[in-house]
Design a protein around this ligand. Sequence first.
Ligand code: PMP
Length: 390
Amino acid sequence: MTLLDELAAELAERTSAGLRRQRRVIQGPQAAEVVANGKRLLSFASNDYLGLANHPRLISAMQQATQAVGVGSGASHLITGHHVLHEELEQALARFVGLPAALLFSTGYMANMGVVAALMGRDDAVFADKLNHASLNDAVVLSRAEFKRYPHQDLAALESLLAASRARRKLVLVDAVFSMDGDIAPVPEILALCERYDAWLMLDDAHGFGVLGEHGAGILEHFNITSPRIIYMATLGKAAGVAGAFVAGEPVLIDYLLQQARTYIYTTASPAPLAAALLEALNVIRDEPQRRAHLRQLMSVLKTHTPRRWQWMPSATAIQPLLVGSNDEVLRLSEYLLTRGLLVPAIRPPTVPKGTARLRVSLSAAHSEQDVHTLINALREAEVVLESAA
Ligand code: PMP
């Protein structure tokens, strides 16, 4: 068997288990309605929670910056890729989340890998919620630190792991908002444990930034907390509508990361026009609080009007998972919704624990109330269709 035959056999196995991943080709703008594989669909699948990906002010900021500075940054940040637009964005992001300093990364995946591997090593231990995002798990493996995982949101288990640890440095690593559940980590309680056991706390606020807090500043504003122990990471390709990520915290931490984070140092800086669009995204998040209010209204419509047969998982964020349980049923439901012109992804194990297959509905300020009613009506009809097929 050649190497390629081996790969083909593995792919065939995936296909027969119904686990083959497929891409959709999107044409036209990223909006509530998208054209996917040539078909017009109402999408509940994007992380563009505030509807900024296609906002005229961001588009215009990016166009103007592109005219002025060109498209490529030409080098890494530490050579000649670091533009004044990146510098302004870092300062604006730090101010926005209420921390002293920030460092931009090209993606959230790279930020997580870069930070954990820079700070932690063989003599250290990382304590992580079992439902953390894959990029956080990969980051720990890369760092070679001892990896201690605790059951989802189980702070008693976290405390016993911290109490038993003899590691040199300790880092508690958590999603602030869990990406497949939409629930929020009890950050003040976790921070108290970090203080008791002298650990760092790294928060991945990919799904909270722009959404949580009165001004959209994310998890720290939501709980009104801050601490020099906090290493804050958020992505800029979700609510902020563009791409990239940043880490914020104490100036010493940020300076250290600039010296040591390999995913920062050894990669080309993202194009400066992206930074221009992101500076405008922060202005829009500030100037248009009605986007967050609208998002909250959509959550309440969804929860209030969905027939009782369907069970929403407890989530106060834009990620609203509908618990289905069986892999087959969630696939049939997602496929049925597709026939009705609705794009709602089915999430199955191993992405989520066995027996908890779900539809992951992502709401966005780009949706209208009517869009949400369209989804609710389709769920009402799915109830009848799926039961008669069963
Ligand atoms: N952390 C979390 C919780 C995420 O959901 C994601 C993206 N899905 C990332 C990190 C990675 O961010 P990016 O897409 O910018 O690489």
